[in-house]
Design a protein around this ligand. Sequence first.
Ligand code: NDP
Length: 326
Amino acid sequence: TKPAVRVAVTGAAGQICYSLLFRIANGDLYGKDQPVILQLLDLPQAQAAVGGVVMELEDCAFPNLAGVVVTDDPKVAFRDIDAAFLVGARPRSKGMERADLLLANAEIFKVQGGALNEVAKRDVKVLVVGNPANTNAYITRKCAPDLPASNITAMLRLDHNRALSQLAAKAGVSSADIEKMAVWGNHSPTMYADYRFATVKGTPLPDLINDEAWYRDVLIPKVGKRGAAVIEARGLSSAASAANAAIDHMHDWIHGTNGGWVSMGVPSDGSYGIPEEIVYGMPVVCANGAYEVVAGLPVDDFSRTMMDKTLKELLDERDGVKAIVG
Ligand code: NDP
């Protein structure tokens, strides 16, 4: 058999991980023939709960789950890892100001970035899911200067999948047939789902849908507010769909997209007027374990306005964590 890969997951006692860990252990990430060791991090007070999740993992008898490490020490969790899902983050508690939430998370991701820098494999692939995901990824990268900057990414894939599904329903096609859809910006209600380049079997999707008002006034806000709608209906935030998107993001990064576009939050190289280092949702193509931003797309007035609005939010978040990362 192949040597095992090591995958770190933080927030292991949380809701998203209650779905995510089982998907990874089942082989949905690396494939059924690849042994995986899970290295689970959570806070000291969550260790007993993680123990319960580990019992359930054992009870699934996954053939390729080659080991599980449980710890509250990031340097143990991140040692020699090939991939990291940074899911654990400080939730907003009642009365907590947005600025305090930003800073509380900045402290967490500063520590985790430092630990990744010290003990992870040099080519580790990192996906930040915990919110504010883009800014948490920005901090992680700042605090992990010895790792390749491009290997620290944030999750826009849930927004991407939500948009695909809504667009497919409107056009009466399968979501699998939609190519070249993009989500730009922050993983927040300001994200910009951009269907201008999307096609279905060669036909432009905007022509198929033929309802620009629906796209602007219904689709975009609906995708932006989908998380709130799930909370309203379920009484809990979306978890299985967030885990699914995390698997999709990392799976495609590892295995490639055969030329297809997916959306990832990546540190900007300055293209599309996005300042360098800002972690921003962009369309990318994955191949050979790396991603490349789709270059040279035209940006019309509507898109510029949308892209600048979500950028402004990210610039404000960056300013909010200056005290911690400089
Ligand atoms: P969840 O597993 O539901 O969510 C974890 C994080 O993912 C949150 O920041 C959440 O943001 C974010 N997220 C991103 N996209 C989505 C989405 N579409 N739907 C829902 N959440 C999304 O949180 P739990 O509270 O159940 O679990 C968090 C765990 O993390 C706990 O076990 C806690 O102990 C742990 N933790 C670990 C830390 C560490 O290891 N150092 C630090 C802090 C917490 P949002 O809050 O906006 O919903």
